[in-house]
Design a protein. Sequence first.
Length: 732
Amino acid sequence: MTRSGLMVVAVALAVSFGTAWAQDHAHIPPASGIAHGIPRMCAAPTVAAVADGAWSSAATWSTGRVPAAGDRVHIRPGTRVTYDAVSDAAIACIDVEGALAFLTSRTTRLTVGTVTVLDTGRLEVGTADAPVAADVTAEIVIPDQPIDTSRDPEQLTHGIVGLGTVRIHGAVKTPTFSRVAAEPLAGQTVVRLEQAASGWKVGDKLVVPDTRQLKRGERGSEYVRQWEELQVAAVSGDAVTLASPLAFGHKGARNAAGAVEFLPHVGNVSRNVIIRSANAAGTRGHVIFVGHPDVDIRYALFKDLGRTKMGVLNSAEFNPDGTVRRVGTNQIGRYSIHFHHAFGPRRPEGEPYQFTLVGNAVDDASKWGITIHNSHYGLIRDNVVYNSRGAAIVTEDGNESHNVFERNFAMRSEGSGEFAPRSGYGGATNDPGGEGAGFWLRGPNNVLRQNVAANVDVFGYGIAAGAIEEVRVPAFRGADTTVNGEYRLIDAVDTPLLEFTGNEAYGAIQTGVAIGWNGTLSNLRVWHASRDAVTAFPADRLTIDRLTVRGDSAVLADGTETPTGVWFSNYAAKSVSVRNADIQALRVGVASPFFPHATTEPGRGDGVATVENSYFRNYVGVAVATAYTPPTTTAPIKKAVVRNSHFEPLAGVRPAQYPAAAISMNYGMAFGDTMRRDPVVVYDFNGKAGDTFRVFYSLDLPAAEAPPCHAPRPEIGGFVCTGDDATQETRR
């Protein structure tokens, strides 16, 4: 794909809401009395709790018998029922207005079509003070039964619907995922972790990513998996013995000298509290929280959940009077875990989070794994999301604010498998977040810290660009952004990322980070990305600080691949900079600002693209393909600066159509093009104080310059102009 084609993809990521998206978000009138048109399936219960007691006690129930298959159950306000059974008999529905609490010292299983936790209700499957004991399991199973679309045309039922208080706490596993201490190789039966495993048990399911840097013929529909699902046979400290040997090698990242620097991770997706569908290939369940729920979920597994599928959305449509025009075949918003306009309780000012997801696992999501939609101030930490479609962890609308995504592991997210305009809301595909991403965030107003995305089809982090413009964000914790006085407006295009620090992406992935927002990426690590470590099309200002990128020298050696460390694609951005980077074993380290249509859409021209204090060991260190500047424009020319950076040649790479160079001014040039271009200015080349010069394209060299401006330098792919003239022109 051409770089101009990739720019089209960048624009596709930035498409704003469309008519189809608005239709998909439209809800029927709340005739049930519950927000968002949630139907009350148990409005006419067949059995109700009349006293505190055990589920298995007939005295607890209005009928004098224990609820049976097909019953509609009501936990009345003021009653507390302790669930103590193991049952495959499918209860039709449970409305919880009192409390339904699972016994934590005994194995339990509840099979139920829909659990609705109403505003006054409480669902409790373990708590922080009394988690489900490690030697037992607690399950909620959603049966494979058809949805009554006459009563529920938006298919909100068949799962857990939370409007009240939800506490779920399984036995603690630390870590939920860990980097390995040595490269896992084919045939090995023992994997050593960076840290001792606590709570890992015999029989646990582990997942290990495919760490290869893919080549042409290995991506998209031609991809052949090399990730693995493994089972624990024994655990001793940091040593995990596997029930069967590894089928593939999962090599780490090496620097250009061949030394191993970074190693892959192993995720544990087993938990002793399980919410699952009875049949992954049948009618699957989902989990959704709406309104002002009080949610704290820790160390639970969400297995085979979600009904929204990757691809074109097809949601229910309604007539103006609220009657159903048609039922959708791919209803939006039915994901594995979904916070949907979930504003949380009105907490005291000292409590930072409105909801909490810690230490959970999502295994086999129909589309998105964890979805945060117009919900704010959440803590999403130490979760493992494995085998999703489209994206693993998502913020959906772009107004989501102050959520903290920290130390999550997103592995194996199937998508389109190729750069494609799938992210447009209301576009031709109407498939938002369908590329295959670890993290897909539509807005900038959140924190991403120390997360890992591995073995996803396209983007480790798809941080979309913004034609969404002004959005409502909460004025305080617990605010409802639909209520006047409880929101404030921000310009989402100009608002920078709150924080992006210490994140990592690697393995069978095309791009580590695709970012269209302003802000700073700090301490980012990307390895074995087959296209770009970072694709940046910022609206105005972006800094990339302490970036580390490693390519696979063996892949690069065949000469057919052209991976890039950082590719800036928006020349109109005022200020873009790369600082303190260490980029090795790629075709190009940094490709400076480039905008292919600037002859008709000239850049603002008042900014600087800067690379400084960095180290490069690549075929080309910095390639400057700066924007076309029409001769008629009076705008000043944008500057490109390389300051105090070190360059070393990379051996063993087949020559490309352009020569190897520390700095190249000939990369991607069009033959016969005579438009002026701005030179790159180099200060203190290779750390040598005073070695300062300008580099011109050959066709752009000023004819009137003195001969020193033609001085050849073997490490520079362009014409060099040295002397006082260089510094005077570029520093004024």
